[in-house]
Design a protein around this ligand. Structure first.
Ligand SMILES: Cc1ncc(COP(=O)(O)O)c(C=O)c1O
Length: 344
């Protein structure tokens, strides 16, 4: 597939920069110029890139973001507020940006309780979702979560449809699922793809998308929260990442590694959660050998994979980690300290 933004950047002519950014190198890090389009009202390469991305993500409209999934969550909640929503139900272990956006937008946040199982916040049950949909004007779920678990998406979609209430999904950790039936776009009226986390985009690269009904309200949201100086390297990397082919060999290798490592059986091949007996010592041991996990929450080390992970890297993880003692995490163990989340 054509990479519209990258091709435009490659075919730039050497020129004298009397424009921002101030470094004046005029390399790939350019600004919105006569030929490079404008993200707030795209009509050229950015429009073509956003159209392709929308097609791949199953959206009526998709918006490239260079300010992370956070900007996408703020934009979705803005859209909800604009269309009359006054209260939003969201699980208590949602990312803090959900709470921050609700506070900023004057939305009431209706917390959905989450039990903790073996130190991992469990996704809400169907009955908890039923109560939540009855108690709020809209539902916002995280799918998958940081531990690689999906909420009951089909039930959530049906409950929201029956109640005539919108379902939004924070898919900060789920953009790699766009090839599958579990992708947020199959269930939500608006959703975020945190492309930089599980696909090969630069840090902060993300996409927020909507179906036909919510596209205009979401556009108003991105116009409010998106930067007016978007990074072209990030935007080019987002287009590249969404068009990056599925790597089923790595998906299979990841599932085999889960079994070999005694990892948690979750719903997401990109997140390997291993319960080491001494997580800090295991982390230090692995890092001394050049292998860095995503987090240590006190119960588990999490190893975050992507289609760019190499089979030999997975093999090295299995080789190094196999000899390290494991823990049996108790059913009622408290949630580990994951600094990204806070309770309302
Ligand atoms: C579930 C979830 N939502 C949103 C975000 C915010 O994403 P970003 O850092 O891309 O703004 C994160 C970040 O880790 C997250 O874990």
């Amino acid at each position: 597939m054509t990479l519209h933004i990258a091709e435009m950047l490659r075919s730039q002519r050497e020129h004298i920069s009397f424009h921002t950014p101030g470094h004046k190198r005029a390399g790939a890090d350019i600004t919105e110029l006569s030929y490079s389009d404008c993200l707030l009202s795209p009509s050229g390469v950015l429009k073509r890139a956003e159209e392709d991305v929308a097609k791949l993500l199953g959206a009526a409209r998709s918006f490239l973001l260079t300010d992370g999934s956070t900007c996408g969550v703020f934009s979705m909640l803005f859209a909800l507020r604009k269309r009359g929503v006054r209260s939003v139900a969201a699980p208590i272990f949602s990312h803090p940006c959900v709470q921050n956006a609700c506070e900023a937008l004057g939305l009431e946040l209706v917390p959905i309780g989450q039990k903790t199982r073996r130190g991992i916040p469990a996704q809400p049950s169907v009955s908890a979702l039923k109560e939540a949909v009855a108690a709020a004007d809209a539902l916002l779920l995280t799918s998958p979560d940081y531990y690689g678990f999906l909420p009951p998406l089909a039930a959530a979609k049906e409950l929201c449809a029956q109640a005539g209430k919108p379902l939004a999904i924070d898919g900060a950790h789920g953009s790699h699922l766009h090839f599958t039936a579990a992708h947020a776009g199959k269930f939500a009226c608006m959703w975020v793809d945190g492309v930089h986390k599980s696909l090969p985009a630069m840090t902060q690269g993300a996409v927020v998308s909507a179906d036909e009904e919510w596209a205009d309200a979401l556009l108003a949201g991105v116009k409010t929260f998106r930067t007016s100086s978007p990074s072209y390297p990030i935007m080019a990397s987002v287009e590249y990442a969404v068009k990056f082919p599925r790597n089923e060999r790595i998906e299979r290798a990841a599932e085999s590694a889960k079994a070999a490592l005694g990892a948690v059986k979750n719903d997401d091949w990109t997140k390997l959660l291993v319960p080491f007996a001494q997580p800090a010592a295991a982390q230090a041991y692995l890092e001394e050998r050049g292998l860095y996990p995503e987090f240590n929450d006190g119960n588990y080390l999490m190893f975050y994979l992507s289609p760019c992970t190499k089979e030999e890297e997975i093999a090295e993880l299995v080789r190094l980690a196999s000899g390290l003692p494991r823990a049996e995490i108790a059913e009622d163990a408290p949630a580990g300290a994951v600094p990204m989340y806070k309770k309302p």
